[in-house]
Ligand binder design. Sequence first.
Ligand code: UDP
Length: 252
Amino acid sequence: MKKVSNITEVIKLLDENGIRSDGRRLDEMRKIKIEVGVLKNADGSAYIEMGNNKIIVGVYGPKEVRPKHLAIPYKSLIRCRYEMMPFSVSDRKSPSPSRREIELSKAIREALEPAIFTEEFPRTMIEIFIEVLEADGGTRTASINAASVALADAGIPLRDLVTAIAIGKIDGKLALDINGIEDQYGDGDMPIAMMPQLGYVTLFQADGIFTSEEIEKAFEMAKKAIWNIYEIQKKALKSKYLQIVKEVDINE
Ligand code: UDP
């Protein structure tokens, strides 16, 4: 008979020098790559890699509302679907929508909607489709970063881009941009989204126990990172148009 061991494997999230399991310092973000206009058939689109997360977003609208009875007379209806591919995590994820995906779709929609001039487009609908190809912690924040760029790519007027990052707690210390293992074995997770230029917070969630000092410090860490990500988002948007200018120049 096979002997079953009940020894729990100890996962070391932080070494004696304060270095995390993926080699980062506590205040270090994962690498980010954003591409804009990656889908020919959507009105706007973006692809993001944030560490090992790989996410693609397609946006449609403003367009006619279907079914019609959902139309709102004084503003555009924002619909958002966050979906994880079955192969996006190590255990095959069921292809049917989970409660978590339904909840995240709502949280992401609520983080993005304040940035959209919805009142300019009554009786229309704007749809945001988020497909997580690979997940490694912080998919909601990475999705928000890509979705706001995809909305801008669709030409939808925005008050500001929405930029997001998650702060976690590992071994009792705050850590910027936690990955999947840190999320699973750490002490907490605090996703934050902001319209950086306007200084508005559009998403603030906390899973775990944080003191008020930790929340204050987490906001400071998040704000700094958010400004960095904001620059990457703007650069990604500009680079699409610089490419078009280049192509036009060549063809002239
Ligand atoms: N995850 C998973 N299987 C699932 C859902 C999530 O392995 O069915 C992992 C995935 O890496 C995800 C992480 O758990 O990024 C943390 O998920 P959470 O619900 O905290 O949302 P996120 O941090 O991705 O916004």
